[in-house]
Ligand binder design. Structure first.
Ligand code: CA
Length: 256
């Protein structure tokens, strides 16, 4: 990506939001599909589970719903195919089946380029944070094992912290609030222009944009770029490796 493309994207964001400049302090990273390559397993399990229950959700479409709650995804398919929502029992059974299938899958690998990027981000003096809808109990341990020395527990937002989840801006608003608390900053000193969001899913991009934050999409899945750009992504890279390779350029614009 050319530097002037990044400059144009940042200038457009600043103008829309009425900020004079970026004052980047922290980068909020989504987890599935950004830090870990876990989406192919999720998509495959969703497809197989729905088929088992006589419902149809193609794998590519599972990427469109990434970030939705299990119940939300099940109801969407049920309404489309049967004209009504699923019962609570159905939701319970379908989601249980999907979770069991998912747990049998091999653990997802770290996304190529992700660790290097986080390392660079941190070395630039920007605090890396995780904002995820995931509620795995071993999440912090897993992050520390795969991204040693990068994340702090008090600077993470997980399924346990939020009520609504993405595409609601709540998780990212909470991320900003956690950063403010951890740094004991005054509230008025920490507007969204102190942050960036890194997301791979349309609903995640929607959440970052709704929180007012400069949102960088990494298109690590099978969807067309437009699926992320149409949700308001400010910049788009095609992989975490590409973003990592371009970090110096991005950071120089964000900190100028
Ligand atoms: Ca994601």
């Amino acid at each position: 990506m050319e530097k002037n493309e990044i400059e144009a994207a940042v200038a457009k964001y600043l103008e829309q939001k009425g900020y004079e400049r970026m004052a980047l302090k922290a980068a909020m990273f989504d987890m599935d599909g950004v830090l870990f390559n876990s989406m192919p397993n999720h998509a495959k399990c969703w497809h197989e589970t729905m088929a088992h229950f006589g419902l149809d959700l193609p794998e590519w479409e599972a990427y469109m719903h990434e970030g939705r709650t299990g119940a939300g995804t099940i109801n969407l398919v049920s309404i489309r195919q049967r004209g009504h929502e699923a019962t609570e029992d159905e939701i319970h059974n379908i989601y249980k089946y999907k979770s069991e299938l998912f747990n049998q899958c091999p653990k997802a690998e770290r996304m190529p380029g992700a660790y290097e990027l986080l390392y660079k981000v941190k070395a630039s003096g920007v605090v890396p944070m995780v904002v995820t809808g995931s509620g795995q109990v071993t999440l912090l341990e897993r992050l520390n094992r795969n991204f040693s020395g990068i994340f702090k527990k008090e600077l993470m937002v997980t399924a346990f912290d939020v009520q609504y989840g993405k595409p609601n801006p709540e998780p990212y608003l909470m991320g900003m609030e956690k950063y403010r608390k951890a740094t004991q900053s005054p509230k008025e000193g920490l507007a969204p222009n102190h942050f960036i969001v890194v997301e791979n899913a349309p609903l995640g991009v929607q959440a970052g944009v709704a929180a007012g934050v400069f949102t960088i999409a990494v298109n690590t899945g099978p969807l067309p770029d437009e699926a992320l750009l149409s949700q308001g992504a400010n910049l788009l890279f095609h992989s975490m490796q590409e973003f990592c390779d371009e970090w110096e350029k991005v950071f120089s614009v964000l900190s100028s």
